[in-house]
Design a protein around this ligand. Structure first.
Ligand SMILES: [Zn+2]
Length: 97
């Protein structure tokens, strides 16, 4: 019985340790990332993926040109969704990459 208790306590402590660590790291990197993203958006280095809302680099090659506007996507999935939406709206654009 005492072995089980010891295991439970050890497990609990380990869990606390990890939970704390993850919470701390997650919080720190999240604010840093947000700050970095904001800076890049202002500098025109990053734009929002219009499908999923993730910020992606304007250097990315998954993009669609719509007249003067170039849309950037985080993945081909998002790009295809975007193109399909346009298609449903009666428009078709050639994918760039
Ligand atoms: Zn996306």
């Amino acid at each position: 019985m005492w072995k089980f208790l010891l295991l439970a306590v050890a497990g609990y402590l380990l869990y606390r340790l990890f939970a704390n660590d993850i919470a701390k790291k997650g919080k720190a990197s999240k604010t840093e990332d947000a700050e970095e993203t904001r800076r890049k958006v202002e500098a025109g280095e990053m734009v929002k993926d219009p499908v999923c809302g993730v910020y992606v680099s304007t250097e990315g090659n998954i993009s669609v040109r719509d007249g003067d506007k170039v849309y950037q996507f985080c993945s081909y999935d998002c790009r295809d969704k975007f193109l399909n939406q346009l298609k449903e709206g009666g428009r078709e654009l050639p994918p760039l990459g």
